[in-house]
Ligand binder design. Structure first.
Ligand code: IMP
Length: 203
């Protein structure tokens, strides 16, 4: 099976490829320069994941199975921000480092400490083919926001996110540990189960 991942974020593609193992091969939009980044005008992760999946699916052959991911960080003391705006929290073209700096600044203004800095990563994945949505599944991982950046792996808010049950951030944990519990892993598990069902029905 082959999946086109509707993203230009190669970190996401690498995580998805590692989690799928030999179940499917993947490519992403970095090998389709003709498909521009989708306008993420939705107000929920599912709306944005649907926009991304349908745009990529309409621009490719009807045989292409497309998988999109829309994800972000919800921080409770910030009333769920940055949420769907996670990639553009500090500004439209913000870097990951700028977004993390803005998060620490906003949190320090609330003077929320330690165990009250609760947060979760959320992800919605959508499967599409021939311009039609086939399925959508969610995943989430709970944790806390640290006070300083720690670790070098991963991307985005990983150096600030300490998953529940751990003392290290996602950026300090190995990629296989992150991939065993992440929001993306949990949504992908459901997608994989759905794909297996579809394949067994068609065989
Ligand atoms: P999207 O590409 O529009 O879905 O934006 C997702 C944004 O959420 C990323 O740019 C990151 O800032 C953040 N994000 C999503 N998943 C992760 C993750 O696994 N680790 C760290 N940050 C993430």
């Amino acid at each position: 099976m082959h999946l086109l991942i509707a993203t230009h974020n190669t970190h996401k593609t690498e995580e998805i490829a590692a989690m799928l193992g030999n179940l499917a091969t993947v490519t992403d939009l970095t090998s389709h320069p003709d498909i521009p980044p989708a306008d993420e005008t939705g107000t929920t992760f599912e709306e944005n994941a649907t926009i991304k999946a349908l745009e990529a699916s309409k621009a490719t052959s009807p045989n292409t199975l497309v998988l999109s991911d829309d994800s972000g960080l919800e921080v409770d003391p910030l009333s769920g921000a940055p949420g769907v705006h996670s990639a553009r929290y500090a500004s439209e073209n913000a870097t990951d480092a700028e977004n993390r700096a803005k998060l620490l600044q906003e949190l320090s203004a609330t003077s929320t400490k330690g165990k009250d800095r609760t947060a979760r990563f959320r992800c919605c994945m959508v499967l599409a083919q021939a311009g039609k949505k086939i399925a959508a599944f969610d995943g989430a991982v709970e944790g806390l926001i640290g006070t300083t950046e720690k670790g070098q792996s991963g991307f985005g808010y990983d150096p600030l996110f300490i998953p529940k049950g751990h003392c290290e951030t996602f950026a300090e944990l190995s990629s296989s540990t992150k991939n065993s519990m992440s929001h993306r892993a949990r949504a992908l598990e459901k997608i994989v189960a759905h794909l297996k069902q579809l394949t067994s029905k068609n065989s």
